[in-house]
Structure formats: structure tokens, C-alpha cells
Design a protein around this ligand. Structure first.
Ligand code: ATP
Length: 584
């Protein structure tokens, strides 16, 4: 086979939604061929290099036309060659002519790249898209590649030349009908670089991978079968040989799909291995026992740069672990901080509560002590009161006895005299009352020649100016004796119109001031009964009778049928008793 080496590369994007993290693993599969050496075209190195460069430049100019290739001289120096191709436009346009659509989009810069001094930064689009897409396309076809840095100052133009001549050879082979096995006789050097190229705009690329997977499965199966038979034939396990043997009779359009399907298998394997890293340490190497090679039946064997891949995976894993650990540590640190703050706050609260409890306890003890003190004082007061009450009752009893003794001493029968004033209309008439001195009333008797007079003694004599209140004041002590169990009788007598009713009841229109003895006596009795209600209970009843013509009549009988009282008492006929009070 013609290739001394072939580099296949792909970038695997693994989306880990749980960790919200995008991990990019780069996988390089280098397939080393059996060392098949090709004879150099020309033994003089410098001549050989320049003639090859001229050949490459001439072919490129021919392919794009001299106008488009104005920056690329026909026989360029190494620098001219490099500068002419630096923008990647010529390379992309040429490869598109060799294989239509190899670079889907060529970025044409309005800036003249020739005007850009060497070392000046090119447009990012030109640099990354054009050159990179060209290199990806070259890889996909299976041609030798170069480094993007080879287009910069100090880069190796020989690798660019080699790539261009390989592209030329491939183009001529296709033009001739793609019969037989395509051979390239260029001076190829093994691709030692581990750099890979990824077509810009990776999304469509990955979409195409998934879209063509079913087709590629079939192709891959066929590829494996063919590879197996080829490997038997050659007796070698060179993947390069096998791949090229298979690719040789494939149409160029199918090649990228086949390569993609191989890469998709690699991606699956990597995903599988990355996933299996969660539970156990990674099985580092993809060998012939790995699922990819086994499922393919596997004459197709990938000899991977396991150590590098594993190292990178380990590094990424370690980095992940480190990030994860530092995040966990950060979280636990902040959690600890929060817990500490919470704990401090709780400690402060506890101290405050303890202080409050202590204060409340002291307050309660003080209140309890005060309460006990007041309780004992109250007990003493109650005892004193009880003692005083018993003493009071004793004193009250003595007082009552003394009071009633005084009443007795004053006389159990008392006689009072009240002189009525003249009626209105008799102011000029002479009064028979000569004088009133204490209990003595002196009256004039005209029949005895102006000398006739007579004195009468009473307990007390009330003159015409005496008020109702003054009259009652002398009777009040006797009425109060009723509440101590003494019987009292008050009655009035006198001739008609002398003022009995007025004294005992009051005038026709009674006011508080003109109330007579009956009203005042009853009010006084009820007042004292109310004052003594906690000590004594009194029942009060009233009876009103009339004695007239030696007949006693009950004045409170409402139906009037039996007004006559059932008993008779003999009174002097000239006495008229208005009110008989029974008080108990
Ligand atoms: N101290 C007094 N001050 C003013 N007016 C009085 C006084 N005493 C009696 N009177 C008046 O004298 C009149 C006769 O009094 P009263 O009716 O009390 O006499 P009496 O003795 O009850 O008569 P009788 O025996 O006919 O019932 C009444 O108009 C009364 O208002």
C-alpha cells in the first residue's frame, strides 16, 4: 500500500447532563503501517524539495487559475509558497475541485492576504476555518496532512508540498476514472504529530454521524469482513493496509462516511469506558478484547496510544475529582460555617434564656417570699379582726343594754305636748298659751280676772314653730330599741283639728321635709336593718287599725267585708288612736 502512515482523528463530545459539564476528550488513533519504503524521486535534497514545490505550486495555480493564485508564484520560494497558501483559500478551492464539497464553506476574505505582513495575525476565520477545514478534508480523504503552524513563519513547507502533491495525485487518479488502486509516490514522512483537526462547525458533523450510523454499520461490517480477508492475505495486522485496501474500491464519497463510522465506534467505546470509570478504575487499554474490536469480528485492530489517552483521561478525571472534591469541601465548609453560626446563635439564645430563667426564678422567689409575708400578715389581721369582731359584739351588746337602760331611765311612758300654730286667717286671735319652758306649758285662764293660769308638766313641749324633724328626734331612740327586741307604742290624742294626723303622718301633700313620725320611723327602721344585715335578719310587718266608737277596724283589708277586728279593747271614749304599730 502507498501510505506509510495515516492519522485519523476525531473529537468526541460527551455531554454529561447530570454534571452540567461539557467534557471534551480528544482521541487520536494512529495506525502504523508496515514500513514500506519508497524510493526518492531525486537524490539531491534541495533540488528535490524545490522541484516538488514548483510542481505543487504549478498544479495549484492551474487548478484555481492564475488570477485566484496571484499570490502564489509559479516557482515560489519556501516563504512565498507558505505565504501564498496561508489564508487557506487556494487550498480549500483546490480540494473542492478535486472532491466536490470537501470543504463545505470557504471563507473568502476581502483582505488581501499578500498584504498582511508575515507574523501578523490573519483573520480568525481564514486561519481556523479554511486551513482547518482543509486539513480535516485531507484527513478524511486519507491524504498526508501538515500542521497549521507549517503555514506560519518557520513552518515546514515540505509537509505542505507533500500534502498538495498527494492531493494532486489523488485528483489525477480520480480524473482517470479511479480505476485500480490509487498510489501516491510522494515522499511521505510518518505523521508524528498527535495534533488532530476537527472540521469547524462540529454540530453538522456530529449530526451526520448519527444520521448515517445505520448505513455505516453495514459499511463497517463489510469493511471488517474485507479487512479480515485482506489481513489473512498479507499475513499482517496493519490497519493501514486494510483500510486502504478497503477504501481503494470504494467511491470517494463513501470514504468519509466509513471513516466516520469507525470514529463513531471509537466514540462509543470511549463513552463506555468513561461511564465504566464511575464504579471502578478504568481498564486503560483498548485491545483486541475490547467491545469494538470484538463486535467487529476483528481483524480490524486499533493500536491506540493508550498511555497518552489514558493519561489524558486520568488527568481529566483527576481534575474532575479535584473540582468535585473542592466543591464538596467548599460546600461542607460553608455548611460548617452556617452550622457554627447557628450553634453560636443557639448558644447565645440559651445563655439569654438561662439569664431570663434565673431572673424569673429570683423574681418568683421574691414574690413567693412577699406572698408568704403578706399571707401571714393577713392571717394576723384576720385573727385580729375575729378578735375585734367578738369584742365588737360584746361591746355592742353592752352598748345596747346600756342604751335600753337609758331609755328605761328616761321613762317607759313618755308624754310629749305639741302646740299647733294658728291657721291662716286667725293671726290676731290671742293664744291661751302663756309660756313654754322645757317640759312645762303654762296656759292662761281668763275667767279668773286676769290672774288665772295653769301649768302642765310633760317630758317635752314642742311649740308652734317646732318642725317635724325635731319632733321625730326625741322619738328615734325608742324606735331603734324595737330592733333590740323592745316593744314600743306611740300614740297621739287631742281634740279634733289639734294636729294629730299632721304629727303622726304629715300634711295632705307630703314632702320629705313634712313627713310625720310614721314615715320617719319606718325609714329609720329599714335603714338600721340594712346596716345590720350581715349580723341580723329582721322581718318587718305593718298593721293598720282604727278604733272608733269602741270598735276596732282593720284599715288594710282591701275587700271591706270584715273590717271589724275580732277583739275589743276598752278605751276611754274621748281617745282616738290613729295608728297602732306592732314592731318586732
Ligand atoms: N304643727 C302644725 N303646723 C301647721 N299646721 C298644722 C299643725 N298641726 C295641725 N295643722 C293643721 O291643722 C289642721 C288640723 O290638723 P289635723 O287634721 O292634724 O287635726 P286632727 O287632730 O287630726 O283632727 P281630727 O281629730 O278631726 O282628725 C290641718 O289643716 C293641719 O294641716
Amino acid at each position: 500500500m502507498c501510505f506509510s502512515s495515516m492519522a485519523l482523528a476525531s473529537k468526541i463530545l460527551i455531554w454529561s447532563p447530570g454534571k452540567r459539564k461539557k467534557l471534551v476528550y480528544q482521541c487520536l488513533i494512529t495506525v502504523n503501517s508496515t514500513s514500506e519504503q519508497f524510493s526518492p524521486l531525486i537524490h539531491n535534497p534541495s533540488f528535490r524539495e524545490s522541484s516538488r514545490r514548483y510542481e505543487a505550486a504549478g498544479w495549484l495555480r492551474k487548478m484555481v487559475g492564475v488570477v485566484a493564485a496571484k499570490d502564489l508564484p509559479a516557482e515560489p520560494s519556501e516563504e512565498e509558497f507558505r505565504l501564498g497558501l496561508r489564508s487557506g483559500i487556494i487550498l480549500c478551492n483546490v480540494i473542492n475541485k478535486v472532491q466536490s464539497g470537501a470543504v463545505p464553506k470557504v471563507v473568502e476574505s476581502p483582505i488581501d492576504s499578500a498584504m498582511i505582513p508575515d507574523g501578523a495575525p490573519l483573520s480568525a476565520y481564514q486561519y481556523f476555518e479554511n486551513v482547518r477545514n482543509f486539513l480535516v478534508a485531507v484527513q478524511e480523504i486519507g491524504l498526508p496532512t501538515f500542521e497549521a503552524s507549517d503555514l506560519e513563519q518557520g513552518g515546514k513547507s515540505s509537509r505542505i508540498v507533500n500534502c498538495v502533491l498527494a492531493l494532486k495525485s489523488y485528483g489525477e487518479w480520480k480524473k482517470s476514472g479511479a480505476n485500480g488502486v490509487w498510489k501516491f509516490g510522494g515522499n511521505l514522512r510518518p505523521a508524528t504529530s498527535t495534533k488532530s483537526f476537527v472540521r469547524m462547525n462540529t454540530e453538522p458533523f456530529t449530526n451526520s454521524l448519527s444520521r448515517t450510523s445505520s448505513i455505516n454499520e453495514k459499511s463497517l461490517t463489510g469493511l471488517n469482513n474485507e479487512a479480515e480477508s485482506n489481513s489473512k492475505m498479507s499475513g499482517s495486522h496493519s490497519l493501514s493496509s486494510l483500510v486502504h485496501a478497503i477504501l481503494s474500491d470504494k467511491r470517494p464519497e463513501e470514504v468519509p462516511m466509513l471513516v466516520e463510522s469507525v470514529l463513531s465506534k471509537v466514540v462509543e467505546e470511549f463513552e463506555h469506558r468513561i461511564a465504566s470509570r464511575g464504579g471502578e478504575q478504568v481498564q486503560p487499554k483498548i485491545t483486541s478484547r475490547d467491545p469494538v474490536s470484538q463486535s467487529n469480528g476483528s481483524a480490524l485492530k486499533f493500536v491506540m496510544p493508550d498511555k497518552k489517552v489514558d493519561n489524558r483521561i486520568n488527568m481529566v478525571t483527576k481534575k474532575e475529582d479535584f473540582i468535585q472534591k473542592s466543591r464538596v469541601a467548599e460546600q461542607s465548609r460553608s455548611q460548617l460555617l452556617r452550622q457554627k453560626e447557628l450553634s453560636d446563635q443557639q448558644q447565645r439564645d440559651i445563655q439569654e434564656l438561662k439569664h431570663m430563667l434565673h431572673t424569673t426564678k429570683a423574681g418568683m422567689q421574691f414574690i413567693q417570699m412577699k406572698f408568704q409575708e403578706e399571707f401571714s400578715n393577713l392571717g394576723m389581721h384576720v385573727c385580729g379582726l375575729a378578735h375585734a369582731a367578738s369584742g365588737y359584739h360584746r361591746v355592742l351588746e353592752e352598748n345596747r343594754k346600756l342604751y335600753n337602760q337609758v331609755q328605761d331611765l328616761k321613762g317607759s311612758i313618755r308624754v310629749y305636748c305639741r302646740v299647733r300654730p294658728f291657721f291662716p286667717g286667725q293671726p290676731n286671735q290671742l293664744s291661751t298659751v302663756e309660756s313654754i319652758e322645757d317640759g312645762t306649758l303654762t296656759v292662761h285662764i281668763p275667767s279668773k280676772n286676769g290672774k288665772g293660769r295653769k301649768s302642765f308638766n310633760f317630758n317635752k313641749v314642742f311649740g308652734p314653730s317646732a318642725s317635724q324633724a325635731e319632733v321625730f328626734l326625741d322619738m328615734q331612740p325608742l324606735i331603734r330599741s324595737v330592733l333590740d327586741g323592745f316593744n314600743v307604742c306611740i300614740f297621739a290624742y287631742g281634740q279634733t283639728g289639734s294636729g294629730k294626723t299632721y304629727t303622726m303622718t304629715g300634711p295632705k301633700e307630703i314632702t320629705e321635709k313634712s313627713q310625720g313620725v310614721n314615715y320617719r320611723a319606718l325609714s329609720d327602721l329599714f335603714l338600721i336593718a340594712d346596716q345590720r344585715k350581715d349580723t341580723f335578719h329582721y322581718d318587718v310587718s305593718v298593721q293598720m287599725i282604727e278604733i272608733y266608737n269602741e270598735q276596732v277596724r282593720d284599715l288594710l283589708v282591701s275587700d271591706g267585708t270584715n273590717k271589724r277586728y275580732p277583739f275589743y279593747r276598752s278605751f276611754d271614749s274621748h281617745l282616738e288612736v290613729l295608728i297602732w304599730l306592732f314592731l318586732s
